[in-house]
Design a binder for this molecule. Structure first.
Ligand SMILES: C[S@@+](CC[C@H](N)C(=O)[O-])C[C@H]1O[C@@H](n2cnc3c(N)ncnc32)[C@H](O)[C@@H]1O
Length: 339
């Protein structure tokens, strides 16, 4: 039958599926389509407003054999209701890798959870237990629980193909909306600094959008800078991008001035704010990310503005996602008043 469908890159399909399901927009009993690196989800109604990523298409859909499973847990059998209740509800997809946090009490079920996710997630190659990010370079510790191969892959988001190596350099698919939001704020002719750039998701999207005059991207992890260089080769943007392998505090000793800066080092970036403030010209802006305890949220924007120096004003502040039971990752835009 012919129906509207929502086409979205595989890596973002789970987030969008949850949104469409919560809004009761998915057509029941109809088989999803897989087209290249995209999933097309059949719709009952056209979503208004649109999900934040993807596009509306029209396709011929066939009936699903036993309905589309609503959760990977439907592929797991023989579990008591109590155990079922404890199974992880959320997971992330990076390219063809599925990341899932498995509670210690359920470690014995790691393999069946992995096998179920392999069946559930379109295009999945390997499932890894996500043991979190560690150390100053925020490298991810992973344990393969199902599937084959390593943790290098190409992740697609916002129309970009980004090469990542999840154990060697930080990358999070949960920030794709922020990558788009920040890149979208860059104005024509701006000089952009991406401090603690990782493999470069902000830099790459800003470079592809093409409005910046030049971008400087700094990270202390050699693997991150090597991946960024490869991603830039793949992108072939006309924007001049300078990847720099450096400790942030040393880079900030250089007398370079930018129109806009990004700082996404959520647990530790606050210490760079005083130096960063003087590297952004009057009238410029900083996009800053920090993990904030909910109890400390009042006045957060003003504290960050004060740390940047005189003449900074807190602007748009948003919760990117929950980080722990008591804290959130918060994104904040701070502007420097013009002289
Ligand atoms: C949370 S990751 C963010 C990466 C990237 N901006 C993104 O959004 O995907 C933080 C990055 O900061 C880098 N980093 C941490 N401390 C640093 C320092 N003192 N100097 C330079 N880079 C640093 C890490 O190597 C890591 O790539």
């Amino acid at each position: 039958m012919k129906l509207p469908g929502w086409a979205v890159p595989v890596g973002q399909a789970e987030q969008v599926r949850q949104e469409l399901r919560a809004r009761d927009l998915l057509a029941p009993g109809v088989r999803w389509l897989h087209e290249g690196g995209e999933v097309v989800m059949p719709l009952r109604l056209v979503p208004t407003p649109s999900p934040w990523v993807g596009r509306l298409v029209e396709r011929e859909f066939g009936p699903a054999e036993r309905g589309n499973p609503r959760s990977y847990t439907e592929f797991m059998t023989g579990l008591s209701p109590e155990i079922r209740e404890q199974l992880p509800r959320a997971f992330d997809v990076v390219g063809d890798i599925v990341l899932v946090r498995i509670p210690r009490e359920l470690e014995a079920l790691s393999e069946p959870i992995g096998q179920a996710l392999l069946r559930f997630v379109p295009g999945a190659r390997v499932v890894a237990a996500d043991l979190g990010v560690h150390g100053p370079e925020r490298r991810r510790s992973l344990r393969r629980v199902a599937g084959d191969g390593g943790f290098s892959t190409v992740h697609r988001e916002n129309g970009l193909a980004i090469e990542v190596d999840l154990e060697a350099a930080y990358f999070s698919p949960r920030l794709s909306r922020e990558h788009a939001r920040v890149a979208g704020a860059v104005r024509a002719g701006e000089r952009l600094l991406d401090l603690c750039c990782g493999v470069g998701p902000f830099t790459l999207l800003a470079a592809r959008q093409g409005r910046a005059h030049a971008i400087v991207a700094v990270d202390g992890n050699p693997a991150a800078i090597a991946l960024l260089r490869r991603n830039l080769e793949r992108l072939r943007s006309t924007v001049a991008v300078e990847p720099i392998l450096a400790e942030a505090s040393e880079f900030l000793l250089e007398p370079r001035v930018f129109d806009r800066a990004i700082l996404n080092l959520p647990m530790d970036g606050a210490r760079f704010l005083p130096a960063l403030g003087s590297h952004v010209r009057p009238g410029g802006a900083v996009h800053y990310f920090e993990v904030v305890e909910r109890a400390d949220r009042p006045g957060f924007g003003e504290r960050v503005a004060a740390a940047l120096g005189e003449g900074w004003r807190a602007g748009e502040e948003r919760t990117v996602h929950a980080y722990s039971p008591r804290s959130d990752l918060v994104g904040l835009t701070i502007s420097r008043t013009a002289d």
